[in-house]
Design a protein around this ligand. Structure first.
Ligand code: PMP
Length: 409
């Protein structure tokens, strides 16, 4: 097998969009996949087909459509289990996305955190792996400790380990940084946490589209990700949780589906994963997520990774000669995220000029305000890559960025 980027691109209708009119028509170049990925036609088709042929509420009602819907939903859970290397499907909880997954853990494990305990995160966390822990610490009288990030965007395991002690209940960190592209040494960080009896919560939002994690090999307790960043629709995400932990955790939301027996006085909980899926779940989204993951799984992943590595090298080289340009995050082995600052030029102006040339990048804080503050910045520009980007995209981006920085200077 190998990786044919043109064949893959042909599956994504949004990648064929153009901007401008007449002689000024040009392709739209999408360099914002870290915010959300584009979707292949087969995922869009699966979503519509589900509503056409299989729509009924899951787990209720013994009729043909209810059976089809339940099979589709539970089939997706099995695909997710396989993709993350979990042991049991009951370890896979469907949520709205990474943010909800992390809040679920923060709220259900919260009872184990006492005054005087601490939670350790890192300085490169997205707000969604920071704010829920900060809220929990404030509620319980615990302290939030933040492992520093080095100038190149790497995370030192030794400096992280200095913060973890016998009062650490939870260590929460990203697998991949959305602002720096850094791939964190998850297994080593897990080993540190375990040594002190702390649980680990890994934010995998940016990892899933680049490589398949293996939660057992990494040894993580919880792993969260969002469908929309991995070629699936919005509004569906996953929380993996180790079975013994989920079994012992109380529910977060109450309602239908998450119960065993209910009286006016007392309710008993359904076992996981249902205990954590109160109400009608996004079963069409889950089905489409399964289709997206199965598509990804069938690609030659090592070839895809080699393609993505070549893109990272190319974009780094392409922007290097631009006067005043500083790349934020140069960790070895980083994924395709290019966050940059150009001295004397506001990031939003760069974004606007690139947009006028049909190039979509993101500007702002990337939901990592404390991280940008650490680098002395309030806003940056970020071009982020996915497997469907090409060397040609990078060339056009480089040319446009050169033009923009000349104009703004
Ligand atoms: N963590 C990281 C590293 C992210 O990049 C994102 C999305 N930008 C999130 C968490 C939150 O994901 P969602 O908004 O899909 O819940």
């Amino acid at each position: 097998m190998s990786f044919d980027v043109d064949a893959v691109r042909a599956e994504f209708p949004a990648l064929a969009l153009t901007v401008g009119e007449g002689s000024r028509v040009r392709p739209l170049i999408y360099l914002d996949s870290a915010a959300t990925s584009q979707k292949p036609q087969r995922v869009l088709d699966a979503y519509i087909d589900f509503y056409r042929h299989s729509n009924a509420n899951v787990h209720r009602g013994a009729h043909l459509l209810a059976t089809r819907a339940t099979d589709a939903y539970e089939g997706a859970r099995e695909i997710v289990r396989r993709m993350v290397g979990a042991r049991y499907t009951s370890e896979i909880v469907f949520t709205r996305g990474t943010t909800e997954s992390i809040n679920l853990v923060a709220n259900t494990l919260g009872g184990q955190v006492r005054a005087g305990d601490n939670i350790v995160i890192t300085a490169l966390e997205h707000h969604s792996n920071l704010v829920p822990w900060q809220m929990l610490c404030k509620r319980m009288g615990a302290s939030l400790r933040v492992a520093p990030v080095e100038d190149d965007g790497t995370l030192s395991v030794a400096r992280f380990a200095e913060l973890v002690d016998g009062r650490t209940r939870i260590c929460a960190f990203s697998h991949v940084s959305n602002a720096l592209g850094t791939v964190l040494p998850v297994a080593e960080l897990v080993a540190v946490a375990r040594e002190h009896g702390a649980l680990t919560v890994v934010d995998g939002a940016q990892a899933m589209s680049h490589f398949a994690p293996n939660v057992q090999a990494l040894g993580v307790d919880f792993y969260a990700f969002s469908g929309h960043k991995v070629f699936a629709p919005t509004g569906i995400g996953v929380l993996y949780g180790r079975r013994e932990l989920l079994d012992a955790m109380p529910p977060w939301h109450g309602g239908g589906e998450m119960v065993d027996t209910v009286t006016f006085e007392e309710t008993t909980w359904a076992p996981p994963p249902m205990r954590f899926e109160a109400g009608t779940p996004n079963f069409a989204g889950a089905f489409a997520l399964g289709v997206a993951l199965a598509w990804l799984e069938a690609l030659d992943r090592p070839a895809v990774e080699a393609h993505e590595r070549a893109l990272v090298e190319a974009i780094t080289e392409r922007v290097a000669p631009i006067p005043g340009l500083r790349i934020i995050g140069t960790a070895p082995g980083k994924v395709g995220v290019l966050t940059f600052d150009i001295a004397g030029i506001h990031a939003h102006d760069i974004g606007t000029l690139l947009d006028q040339q049909g190039i979509a990048i993101r500007t702002g804080t990337h939901c990592t305000q404390p991280l940008l503050a650490r680098f002395g910045l309030k806003a940056t520009a970020r071009a982020s890559l996915a497997l469907y980007n090409t060397l040609d995209d990078i060339e056009r981006f480089g040319d446009a960025l050169e033009r923009a920085s000349r104009m703004l200077r």
